[in-house]
Design a protein around this ligand. Structure first.
Ligand code: AMP
Length: 192
């Protein structure tokens, strides 16, 4: 399996680039944010719990999030060429759990694509997305909280994966297709 993590701050383009990578490499996409939004839409018990955290810009607790990913993988990963993890892991315990989970499939993580985008551009992109899609957590107040959470809880994963030799640093500013080409080259060169 070719398993990739799409890593970056909220608004860094993970969803956009995932869609293009799936097409090119024939991978299966798992976005934990989308999984949670789907539960919220269907008003499941999990959706009700998730809604409170998401509205506050906070992360869903690790134990719960890891259990959710475990069951999504069980339903969706079998027989796939690989998975793109979009929005997971977001903490060190989640990264440790991902290692364990992939071991169940005799697999591991190939690379972590890190989209790096200046903060003012992130805010602008999320405000635009909020206007276009009506996504409730794309408002200035929640965006600021999400960025704080990213810096304190998620960004340490950059060093974690750099130490493992898996972090591919990508300039995530500019034209979507140019960024995609840079990512593809980085993945292909990393394979060799
Ligand atoms: P995203 O669509 O990836 O920006 O995620 C939207 C929101 O869902 C986040 O702000 C978190 O509240 C929650 N969420 C998504 N993925 C995770 C995760 N791996 N761990 C904890 N919370 C998450």
């Amino acid at each position: 399996m070719l398993n990739l993590v799409l890593f970056g701050a909220p608004g860094s383009g993970k969803g956009t680039q995932s869609a293009k990578l799936i097409e090119k490499y024939g991978l299966h996409h798992i976005s934990t944010g989308e999984v949670l939004r789907d539960h919220m839409k269907r008003e499941t018990e999990l959706g009700k719990i998730a809604k409170q955290y998401i509205a506050e810009g906070q992360l869903i607790p690790d134990d719960l999030m890891i259990n959710i990913l475990d069951s999504v993988l069980e339903q969706e990963a079998k027989g796939k060429k690989g998975v793109i993890f979009d929005g997971f892991p977001r903490t060190i315990p989640q990264a440790e759990a991902l290692k364990e989970l992939l071991r169940k499939y005799d697999s591991d993580l190939h690379a972590v694509v890190g989209l790096e985008v200046p903060e003012d551009e992130l805010v602008e992109r999320m405000l635009n997305r909020g206007k276009e899609t009506g996504r409730a957590d794309d408002n200035l107040d929640t965006i600021k909280k999400r960025l704080d959470v990213y810096h304190s809880q998620t960004s340490p994963l950059r060093d974690y994966y750099t130490n493992e030799g898996k972090y591919l640093k990508i300039n995530g500013s500019g034209n979507v297709d140019d960024i995609f080409n840079t990512i593809s080259d980085a993945i292909d060169n990393h394979k060799k």
